[in-house]
Design a protein around this ligand. Sequence first.
Ligand SMILES: NC(=O)c1ccc[n+]([C@@H]2O[C@H](COP(=O)([O-])OP(=O)(O)OC[C@H]3O[C@@H](n4cnc5c(N)ncnc54)[C@H](OP(=O)(O)O)[C@@H]3O)[C@@H](O)[C@H]2O)c1
Length: 252
Amino acid sequence: MTQDMFSLTGRVAVVTGASSGLGLGFARALAAAGATVYAAARRLDRLEALSAEIPAIVPVRCDVTDDGDRKALVDRCFEESGRLDVLINNAGKPGPPNAEDETLDGFQSILDLNLVAGFHLATYAVSKIPSGTATSIINISSVIGLVSTAPIGGASYAASKAGTLGLTRELAGQWGRRGVRVNAVVPGWFDTEMTDGLFTNDKSAGWVRRNTMLGRGGIDGEIDGAVLFLASDASSYMTGQTLVVDGGWTAR
Ligand SMILES: NC(=O)c1ccc[n+]([C@@H]2O[C@H](COP(=O)([O-])OP(=O)(O)OC[C@H]3O[C@@H](n4cnc5c(N)ncnc54)[C@H](OP(=O)(O)O)[C@@H]3O)[C@@H](O)[C@H]2O)c1
């Protein structure tokens, strides 16, 4: 059956940044497709509320910038479930929009969150997965990883999100023969906590509408299908790629 290709029954997934926004949607979508989902973020109360609603979601308090927290997340997944089939590196945030306002420490901290954390989660997880096991790693980048979005965006954010795309291709190249697929998803503009203010301000909301081919920002659920596709066997011959879900923003 065609829909079986998208089934995640019996699979185990880790989603970082699952307490709000896009990551919350990914956790819901993967659980709905049959996966057990380890939902990670710092706001444990939100994850526990989600787990109360959807028992297949396991809440895990995790600061992905903390080395010990990252290892504990992956270790717990293997200890409790014995496997990790899907890793979604989604936790992230932007820095200041103007380069001259970025301190070196601040710049580094955005790279640590948006790029280094996902690299370490991926390498640590793969070190525990037997070679030959079909695995899907999905890194959440941004349109700013492909094009400048000035005046909204930021240097550290752009560097981290472009770096994510290079990292995706390189890990895909290194791990393809051992069964690990690595792909990236590039979201356009979605109304989340991170973009708070963008859609309520007439000027910035108009800027999004004018520059997006579909004439609007993305709405809840419109990126979940891309992630489910990459997580599942429906994309079994796809690796090292970037799937852009931006309403046409980067195609102009
Ligand atoms: N929304 C958009 O338009 C858009 C566009 C392009 C790319 N993206 C990317 O999509 C991803 C999700 O963003 P979003 O829009 O859904 O924003 P969001 O609603 O602010 O969600 C960010 C998530 O990251 C988590 N997080 C932040 N710092 C963390 C840390 N140190 N450790 C663990 N978790 C952490 C947050 O959870 P806690 O605070 O509970 O830890 C939250 O769950 C990000 O990588 C973002 O760059 C979003």
